[in-house]
Write a protein that binds this ligand. Structure first.
Ligand code: AAE
Length: 665
């Protein structure tokens, strides 16, 4: 690809002047300049600097620009103090996210669309969504549910999950959800910490061409969770079956037209509890405040994703993953949310492209894994499908390599694909893209507005153009207000504020360029550290994405008292490929030429599968610990892993390695 005039040589996408003029970010910038004291230059980085310097004015601008002030009033003070975690945002303001959502969606526009793997489709207009949310909220009120109560859901990515969440928020209660791919024990581990009062369950779901009945798991949850007053059953898999005799029928509750006033709650009232991936120990419950989430969602989805009333947003996700929460946040800007309950690759990786075409999606969210699956199947989405409505794409879950980013640009179309990094911890995004900023291969184009993201050295010096710890040096409203069952705040301090007191240290390893773009190199606690030189695993994965014989990769850096430092690369071979000295050389050369000789692994070992968390993240730290001699049960919970047999395969390799019997290339 040739360089685009006047831009960085690796620029993939440049916004047209129409795109810039139509972007909400452009209107917001003019508003900030006219009414909020922004006096900087025309570049995004000028606005970003203002947003983190004049943090309080910036968030107030987001609040007023999006009509929150008209609905909920103006705060006397936006932020009490900037030292984390003792922050108090929008003190005195009472909010309700569901109330805001239901004022944004036009009554006759589609609000939520539910698609099943088998091809069933349901769509609710704004009016229908409003009616169902209010009826269900009235039923929750009848049960006495309100602020301080937890409502839990064991549910697929279906329309009912969105209604149940909004009804919970409407009555001021706290939501938590786990997708139905989790077994009962893993769900109990999470939910019983929260003593929920109401439990929503679905009878099952379809995935990969198979029906998965979940009624026995639902019964196990209902008997284990003794705090639950009512179990509400959604007949999702089999609408014709009778409702379990001890459960309440969802259809009955939403059929009756009822209403109840929205319960406004203090800004920091818990909106939801999201669980960390839980690879070790009991999963951590991250509590986010009602108002903090509301302003973060609006900022991200309106100013960064550039979503408007006419947008149709389709993110492939599950209710256990923060991308579900962020996608549902699209309702805050009045956009339509498309929920797909099924496999992204069944019968093949064309599935999401097909659904995006059929639904006229304007925004599609995927993971690097899905793009990889599409590219290795030789799919050309832009030629095979009519994606004329698609305006933007997003990718999260893992760093997106530049070859995949290029592939998408060439094979999907000339539209922005924003690689993003954020997560469960902040229910939002630290770095990503903006409709007014060009995209350079391998980078996240911008630090998000209001996010004082920097790369810091171990001694706390900000670094530009060099790798450092991802820190956020000023507070964000969506940082967790607490960790569940952490009365002294000790767990929260330990998780984020130990390395640099008063500053959020995320645990990722990043570079911030002079242009303000960001590259994530992997988790800093699983950083490869060879002879004192630190390297990111994501860079090694990216260097190998173009090798056709390799389907998946994992690199570990293992310190061992006896064996010194060992850096093996594990590879899953593509169909028909076999491990050979030639292939091992090709992989080493690719790493050496793309990165450096220091990045070349000590050994290359073919494995049948790389195990991942259920949200698709490689298990670098637990597998490293297993190689260091820890038992599997001590380093991960089987329920948090997609395939425990793959973990046991690595355990076997670790035993062989420790006995010096491992065969390697
Ligand atoms: C926004 C994100 O970064 C989500 C994730 O990958 O967990």
């Amino acid at each position: 690809m040739s360089a685009i005039n006047g831009h960085h040589p690796d620029t993939l996408w440049v916004p047209s002047s129409d795109r810039i003029n139509e972007a909400t970010l452009t209107t917001f910038t003019a508003y900030a300049r006219a009414d909020c004291g922004f006096v900087g230059g025309p570049d995004y980085t000028d606005l970003w600097e203002w947003s983190v310097e004049d943090l309080e004015r910036f968030w107030l601008a987001v609040w007023d620009f999006h009509g929150l002030g008209d609905l909920f009033g103006s705060p006397d003070k936006v932020l009490n103090e900037r030292t984390m975690p003792e922050t108090d945002w929008f003190a005195g303001i009472e909010v309700n996210l569901a109330e805001y959502v239901l004022t944004r969606i036009p009554p006759d526009s589609p609000a939520v669309i539910g698609l099943s793997e088998a091809g069933d489709r349901r769509a609710l207009t704004g009016r229908q969504l409003d009616a169902r949310v209010q009826s269900l909220a009235a039923a929750l009120s009848d049960l006495g549910i309100g602020p301080g109560d937890v409502v839990a859901a064991y549910i697929p990515h279906c329309v009912e999950a969105v209604i149940a969440f909004l009804a919970t928020a409407w009555v001021g209660a706290t939501w938590t959800a786990v997708g139905q791919d989790y077994a009962a024990n893993a769900v109990i581990d999470r939910f019983e910490q929260l003593t929920p009062k109401v439990l929503f369950i679905a009878d099952g779901y379809t995935f990969g061409g198979r029906n998965h009945d979940r009624l026995s798991e639902a019964a196990a949850l209902s008997s284990a969770l003794t705090s639950v007053l009512a179990v509400i059953e959604i007949r999702h898999l089999n609408p014709a079956r009778a409702v379990h005799p001890e459960f309440v029928d969802w259809d009955q509750l939403v059929k009756e037209r009822r209403s109840t006033p929205a319960r406004r709650v203090p800004f920091a009232q818990p909106l939801w509890v999201l669980f960390s991936s839980g690879t070790t120990g009991t999963p951590k419950g991250l509590v986010h405040g009602h108002g903090g989430v509301l302003v973060e969602m609006i900022k991200q989805l309106s100013l960064h994703w550039d979503l408007k009333l006419t947008d149709r947003v389709f993110w492939y996700t599950s209710p256990s993953w923060v991308m579900w929460n962020i996608q549902v946040g699209a309702l805050c800007v009045g956009a339509t949310v498309i929920c797909y309950d099924g496999s992204p690759t069944w019968p093949d990786a064309r599935k999401l492209w097909q659904l995006a075409q059929d639904e006229g999606a304007t925004f599609l969210g995927v993971s690097p894994g899905y793009l990889e699956a599409s590219s290795s199947m030789g799919i050309s989405p832009g030629k095979e499908f009519d994606l004329r409505h698609l305006r933007s794409m997003g990718s999260t879950g893992a760093p997106l390599s530049s070859p995949l980013q290029r592939w998408a640009y060439e094979e999907v179309g000339e539209l922005p694909l924003w690689s993003m990094s954020g997560g469960t911890d902040i229910a939002g995004v630290f770095a990503g893209g903006a409709a007014t900023v060009p995209i350079v291969a391998g980078e996240m184009s911008v630090r998000c507005l209001g996010v004082a993201l920097e790369a810091w050295s171990d001694s706390g010096e900000p670094l530009v153009g060099h790798v450092g710890e991802l820190v956020v040096s000023r507070p964000m409203p969506s940082m967790p207000i607490a960790i569940w069952n952490d009365p002294t705040g000790e767990k929260q301090r330990h998780a984020y504020f130990e390395m640099f007191p008063g500053v959020w240290r995320h645990g990722d390893w990043v570079t911030v360029s002079r242009r303000g773009s960001v590259t994530v190199h992997g988790r800093s606690d699983s950083t490869l550290n060879r002879h004192g030189i630190r390297m990111g695993s994501a860079d090694i994965y990216a260097a190998l994405t173009d090798v056709a014989a390799v389907q998946d990769t994992l690199v570990l850096g293992i310190e061992d008292d006896d064996a010194g430092y060992w850096m093996p690369l594990f590879v899953v071979l593509a169909d028909g490929a076999s491990m050979s000295t030639e292939l091992a050389k090709e992989l080493r050369d690719a790493i050496r030429h793309t990165l450096s000789p220091r990045h070349v692994p000590d050994d290359i070992i073919a494995v049948p599968k790389i195990p991942r968390t259920r949200t698709g993240k490689r298990l670098e730290i637990p597998l490293k610990r297993i190689f260091q001699g820890q038992p599997v049960e001590a380093v991960l919970s089987a329920a948090a892993v997609d395939d425990i047999t793959a973990v046991h395969y690595f355990e076997g390799l670790a035993i062989q390695w420790r006995g010096e019997k491992l065969s390697r290339q």
